[in-house]
Design a protein around this ligand. Structure first.
Ligand code: ADP
Ligand code: MG
Length: 290
């Protein structure tokens, strides 16, 4: 039987923007020592706006690059893909057809457009392929830009930069956790400079960058092996294994279904500050029981 006080709190929690799917995990919330946050779509809005499209060769114009990439990104649910599609529309460019779409988790997308092999990926691609990454022009500030590379028929032909905004309540959430003596870390598949900039701006305890999806779960386990009680907060398909591994898995409401289905608790309003609510609420609930 569910103790009455828990039942009441669980239904009340809906009012506070929390959907509790797993009561045992909710009970662990008051014991948390560390919270790991995914970056894109979790601490940031995931509202990637294209800033620049830069050809690296004379083969394709900026608009053509956008069209090749959009042709494959129309099949992707990633925030980057949505930003690319908005830019294409804004520029009134024709959307081309593609086939052989493939998503390489935490890396990017590939497909065939007008008989050419098109690849749109982040820096992880070059790490995975054990290949030299094209030089990123000095004018690109990597602390605020997500850098995407375009390869056509295996030749790097362009760079697309996108910018994302930090959620308004993220800094307050981290500060409140700190006051509760809970450490916070950033975990992302994005590059080192972006990760460092966000973690510093939000005064987090540290960050882990260039982390591939299967490595995210491993990172959670490493914290647990050190004796930490860990919550993971994420929104993406790529976060699901880490959400399952964590003592408390927390999904952002606006995120993917896979993340929500794997999580113990869902932040209905997609507000990172509700993590703080959740912990306070867990403490209040179980204090009454003992
Ligand atoms: P995060 O861990 O911050 O949520 P992801 O694991 O979803 O980020 O993605 C990691 C990186 O993989 C992105 O920063 C990007 O470089 C690349 N990537 C993922 N999906 C796409 C896509 N659809 N198009 C281009 N690049 C992508
Ligand atoms: Mg994410």
């Amino acid at each position: 039987a569910i103790p009455l006080v828990v039942a009441i709190s669980t239904s009340l929690s809906a009012v506070h923007g929390l959907l509790i799917r797993n009561r045992t995990a909710f009970e662990n919330a008051r014991k948390l020592t560390t919270i790991i946050f995914d970056k894109t779509g979790t601490l940031t809005k995931g509202s990637h706006e294209v800033q620049a499209v830069m050809p690296l060769t004379g083969r394709f114009t900026a608009d053509e690059l956008l069209q090749y990439v959009a042709a494959i990104q129309q099949n992707s649910e990633h925030h980057i893909a949505h930003g690319i599609m908005r830019k294409l529309k804004e520029k009134n460019l024709e959307l081309w057809k593609s086939d052989n779409f493939n998503y390489i988790q935490g890396v990017g997308v590939t497909g065939k457009v007008k008989g050419k092999e098109v690849v749109a990926v982040g820096p992880n691609y070059f790490k995975q392929e054990n290949r030299q990454q094209p030089v990123i022009p000095a004018e690109i500030d990597q602390s605020i830009s997500t850098v995407n590379f375009v390869l056509i028929d295996n030749e790097p032909v362009g760079i697309i930069t996108l910018a994302d905004g930090i959620r308004e309540t993220a800094a307050a959430a981290i500060a409140s956790l700190k006051a509760m003596h809970i450490k916070s870390f950033l975990l992302t598949g994005d590059n080192e400079q972006v990760a460092a900039a966000v973690a510093t701006q939000l005064k987090m305890d540290g960050y882990l960058a260039n982390v591939l999806p299967h490595e995210k779960q491993q990172k959670i386990k490493e914290f647990q092996d050190k004796g930490e009680i860990v919550a993971m907060t994420g929104d993406g398909v790529n976060d699901a294994p880490a959400l399952a591994q964590a003592d408390v898995g927390i999904a952002i409401g606006s995120g993917t279904d896979v993340a929500a289905e794997t999580a113990d608790i869902i932040l209905v309003n997609s507000d990172p500050k509700d993590v703080v609510q959740m912990i306070a609420f867990g403490k209040a609930t179980y204090r009454k029981m003992v």
